[in-house]
Design a protein around this ligand. Structure first.
Ligand SMILES: [Fe+2]
Length: 355
């Protein structure tokens, strides 16, 4: 059962109290962080799924400035993504933004997000502490520990990147503008310490093709719930993590970019632009990952697909089994229908004959 969390907000007290809450529960919801003017400014950087990245980056700096103030950080982040109701293919089911195959230790790595339209998410509090649950634990958490977090425009949510969460896309909103900043580290020193162990898995071209279909499915309650159920168990039990095959490396983290490609906004390539282009306002496709750090480690191409399969093997196998069962059901349904109509027809023929 999902608990609702409309007013589950704490008044900021001191960085240490906030930090304890973040560490213990895995998230913190700040309400009314941005003024209506600031929200309007960020909204003006989006137009029909296109983004004015230069303007948006000013707003992202405001998000980071707020985080720095309340936690007393000097945060460094790795990448960000701006979407408008078009990110359900990889956010509509429960998932972890960063997954890990080594220990149960906690890394100081966070996701920070702000909605520019009021919307809701679902999270599993404290799930960041259990990156590899058993199926029993996962079922118990799913039944008893889901929490619906409703964010108003201008609110800000920070959570551990390994916390299980998902967006809710069935509310039929005209817009669901969302800015997500990924892999936020409290300072440069912690970034330097952990980033060599954090591998990025760029998106797959096969997933690009199916993502519009998944986006459509996630708008409806029944398919959204079914897909979420499979996604949840895969995420909760650790994305194919096997105790016996535990990696020898310590602190091995993966950030999977799912079905969304990367983009280098044009304003970052000013040295390559012609003079007349430099002062132009660029509107570029949204829902792409924009990388902020030059030294991010990407998984080598030759093992990318193998690793992705390892992570989603159980989920994809479950989808396959579900499709097989549906087809089997349809086959028997139509077979019985056909068989009965045939039987009915022959009985009528026999009756006509005797008449
Ligand atoms: Fe996410």
């Amino acid at each position: 059962m999902t608990k609702k969390c409309n007013d589950f907000q704490f008044q900021p007290q001191s960085p240490s109290i906030l930090w304890n809450h973040l560490e213990e529960n895995g998230y913190y919801h700040f309400s009314n962080v941005f003024s209506p003017d600031q929200v309007r400014f960020a909204q003006s950087a989006m137009c029909k799924k296109l983004v004015h990245y230069q303007r948006m980056e000013h707003f992202i700096q405001e998000m980071i400035k707020f985080i720095n103030q309340v936690f007393n950080w000097d945060a460094v982040f790795v990448k960000y993504r701006v979407s408008d109701h078009n990110n359900s293919s990889d956010a509509g089911a429960f998932h972890r933004d960063v997954l890990k195959y080594d220990s149960e230790s906690l890394e100081p790595c966070f996701t920070v997000l702000t909605y520019l339209d009021s919307s809701c998410m679902e999270i599993i509090p404290k799930s960041h502490k259990y990156p590899h649950m058993t199926y029993g634990q996962a079922l118990d958490q799913f039944r008893n520990n889901r929490l619906k977090v409703c964010l108003r425009k201008g609110d800000l949510l920070i959570f551990q990147s390994t916390l299980i969460h998902r967006g809710i896309f069935t509310e039929n909103l005209p817009h669901r503008r969302l800015i997500q900043v990924f892999e936020v580290f409290p300072n440069q020193m912690l970034y330097n310490l952990f980033s060599p162990h954090l591998f990025h898995i760029p998106s797959s071209s096969t997933l690009h093709k199916v993502s519009p279909f998944l986006d459509w499915l996630y708008k409806y309650q029944l398919p959204s719930n079914i897909l979420n159920y499979f996604g949840y168990f895969n995420a909760a039990t650790g994305y194919g993590y096997k105790k016996k095959h535990r990696s020898q490396r310590t602190r091995l983290l993966y950030s999977n970019e799912g079905s969304r490609p990367r983009l280098v906004p044009k304003h970052k390539l000013k040295h390559k632009l012609r003079d007349q282009e430099k002062d132009q306002d660029f509107l570029e496709p949204g829902n792409h990952y924009v990388l902020e750090q030059d030294d991010t480690c990407s998984i080598p191409e030759d093992i990318k697909d193998e690793l992705r399969w390892k992570q989603y093997e159980r989920q994809f196998t479950s989808y396959g089994a579900m499709i097989f069962l549906v087809l089997l059901f349809l086959f028997f349904f139509f077979y019985i229908l056909f068989f009965r109509s045939k039987k009915h027809e022959s009985r009528r023929k026999r009756e006509l004959y005797y008449i």
